[in-house]
Design a protein around this ligand. Structure first.
Ligand SMILES: Nc1ncnc2c1ncn2[C@@H]1O[C@H](COP(=O)(O)OP(=O)(O)OP(=O)(O)O)[C@@H](O)[C@H]1O
Length: 255
């Protein structure tokens, strides 16, 4: 490979996942730099979650190449997991535990000592202005605060790369903004963020975005470059333009 792989936090080449004959992710290729916020944008079923699950080492790819945080996703998926954080689409916190107890629980899973767990919990809750929810049971927290807390638990072990699967789905706009401030602060600290969304406003917040349609990555660029290139005002318009163009071309080719 001509590019030095170590300069990228995520490096993917022709990564493919088939479920029997169905190709859910079709030869995707992209690189993400350290501290970059990289978005996976696509409609329901486009293949975003499947791609992410391969990158976090829980789903074996069918073919292609991939490195995350310096680890090969085929050969080193166990080691890789120590260096990444993951916030799933499905809610992962324990409702009957307090915010602090949840952080202690996840810190333990990541193998931190009690001392490390205490100092990291304090550090994260203080840093993100969440000390006041420390003793609150998760069941009593609004959805947006649960999502912010889930993000904190994914950062407990100081991962190099954090994967967020539709983290603000169903969250109201003001908390969504706060959530994105947390993402920015995390990325400024050198953590690479890969986030999936089908929210077009959120696509504007990413440093670069990729658009997925029917398992294929049809473009990768900055939101501004894409809007300039197609002379469109919003990412929603860009997405519709590209997705419709792709589908039309695909239908013509297929007929
Ligand atoms: N284990 C599986 N077996 C068979 N098909 C699957 C499996 N997992 C996902 N798929 C299919 O692969 C395609 C991509 O799904 P995926 O969940 O990756 O999409 P997505 O872009 O993340 O969508 P969403 O926004 O709804 O989460 C879908 O057609 C889905 O039904």
């Amino acid at each position: 490979m001509s590019q030095p792989e170590k300069t990228y936090s995520i490096s993917v080449e022709n990564l493919t996942k088939k479920f029997d004959d169905f190709v859910a992710v079709d030869k995707i290729t992209f690189n993400v730099q350290k501290g970059e916020i990289f978005g996976f944008l696509g409609a329901n079923g486009a293949g975003k979650t499947t791609a992410m699950r391969m990158l976090i080492g829980v789903l074996e790819p069918t073919s292609g190449k991939g490195q995350v945080a310096g680890y090969d996703i085929f050969k080193n998926s166990r080691k890789l997991k120590k260096h990444i954080g993951y916030m799933s689409q499905k809610f992962s916190l324990y409702d009957d535990l307090t915010a602090k107890e949840n952080m202690r629980f996840f810190g333990g899973i990541y193998g931190l000592t009690n001392k490390e767990i205490s100092s990291r919990t304090k550090e994260l809750l203080t840093h993100f202005g969440m000390e006041h929810i420390e003793k609150e049971r998760v069941s009593s927290l609004p959805l947006g605060w649960k999502q912010k807390l889930a993000f904190c638990t994914a950062l407990m072990h100081k991962p190099d790369v954090v994967f967020l699967d539709e983290p603000t789905s169903g969250v109201d706009p003001s908390i969504r903004r706060q959530f994105w401030e947390m993402i920015y602060e995390t990325a400024e600290g050198g953590v690479t963020v890969l986030v999936t969304t089908h929210n077009m406003d959120e696509a504007e917040y990413c440093h670069r975005i990729s658009m997925m349609v029917a398992g294929k990555m049809i473009t990768v660029d900055t939101p501004q470059n894409l809007k300039d290139k197609y002379k469109l005002e919003t990412m929603g318009e860009v997405f519709l333009h590209l997705a419709r163009g792709y589908e039309k071309e695909h239908a013509i080719t297929a007929s």
